[in-house]
Ligand binder design. Structure first.
Ligand code: NDP
Ligand code: OXD
Length: 316
């Protein structure tokens, strides 16, 4: 199946639901391998790839590929492929809507924790009218963001609007009004000791894999909460369970897991101190994604530089 003469061929590897997008965007020179099956495009014709987590080895099978456009903010789904073609530019989706949704998720759960809403939900289930005082005002609740990047910065802003104290940890020091910035491995212990609620918003890289482990949990104050909206690969899940079961941690809010979908027999599903959501903290909006892809292809074709190119050495 040939593309239009002189026009780029763009391959989408997207689940159902995105078919209309792929058609609307590029007409017949776009191929969605989920829609058409792999017999409907010739790997040697494909110029650009759009997706999130292609199967390992897949990109290597596209010899003419010039660039990869990630529909996620995180690009670990590409870079963890041992056969990933590392000479190609990877452009990641950096989107205000996505950032705001992530910030909403974190702020909502911070408020649920702070306002003890889970206890009121439990009381309602038993038709019990039981008033509780707030343990402390929100200005005394310290929230630490692990990964003060594009999403972390917007999240910090939103948390400050509810008077929480906000701390950030990143590789480089940040200057964000009203946010205390910690940087680098040597300042991690000080950062952890400052967290009543710790939120992981890191990219998954060889350096950050399994960073949420027994040692890190031990560095958090007794009763602290952990939220993971980064990647499941950040968390040693057995260590998290042990820290919850020993009552060192107050609870956990988990949107991402080592195995997704979360297996039916995972202890997290029914754990009384855990909230589970199915990787929905921030969902890529197909309309914004289509504008992103059009922009990327237009730039590539005109020779203009891409925005938000991933640094493959850092891994994010
Ligand atoms: P950015 O690249 O903008 O930010 C990453 C941040 O992490 C930066 O502040 C960076 O530090 C810091 N960082 C990276 N490596 C280290 C390290 N080794 N030590 C300390 N700090 C480090 O990413 P985004 O904010 O756009 O996205 C973050 C992640 O959120 C994504 O990679 C993805 O995994 C996750 N995500 C999850 C979603 C969900 O639905 N659950 C949706 C969207 C994203 P520095 O600034 O100094 O470079
Ligand atoms: C992302 C995601 O990285 O959806 O954007 O997890």
């Amino acid at each position: 199946m040939a593309g239009q003469e002189g026009k780029p061929n763009v391959l989408f590897l997207l689940p159902p639901g995105w078919d209309a997008l792929s058609k609307a965007l590029f007409g017949h020179q776009a191929f969605n391998s989920f829609l058409h099956g792999k017999d409907h495009y010739a790997p040697q014709q494909i110029d650009y790839f759009v997706g999130f987590r292609p199967p390992h080895g897949f990109l290597k099978s596209l010899p003419r590929l010039k660039a990869i456009f990630s529909l996620g903010a995180g690009v670990d789904g590409f870079l963890r492929d041992p056969e990933f073609p590392r000479h190609l530019p990877v452009v990641r989706f950096v989107d205000e809507t996505l950032q705001r949704e992530m910030a909403q998720y974190v702020t909502m759960h911070a408020l649920i924790i702070h306002r003890q809403q889970r206890a009121f939900d439990a009381a309602q289930r038993e038709s019990t009218w039981k008033q509780r005082m707030l343990a402390r005002p929100s200005r005394d609740v310290r929230i630490g963001i692990l990964g003060m990047g594009d999403i972390g910065a917007v999240t910090a802003e939103r948390l400050l609007m509810f008077d929480f104290q906000v701390f950030g940890w990143s590789r480089s020091r940040k200057t964000v009004p009203d946010v205390t910035s910690f940087a680098g491995a040597e300042e991690l212990p000080q950062f952890l000791a400052s967290c009543d609620i710790m939120v992981c918003m890191l990219p998954l890289t060889p350096e950050t894999e399994n960073i949420l482990d027994a040692k890190l949990f031990a560095g958090l104050p007794q009763g602290a909460w952990v939220m993971n909206v980064g990647r499941g690969g950040h968390c040693k899940e057995d260590d998290l369970l042990a820290a919850l079961n020993s009552d060192h941690l107050g609870g956990a809010v988990l949107d991402v897991f080592q195995t997704e979908p979360l297996p039916a027999d995972s202890p997290f599903w029914k754990h009384p101190k855990v909230t589970v959501t199915p990787h929905i903290a921030g969902i890529t909006d197909p309309r914004n994604a289509s504008a992103f892809v059009v922009d990327c292809v237009t730039r590539a074709q005109s020779g203009a530089p891409f925005k938000n190119v991933v640094d493959l050495t850092r891994g994010y």
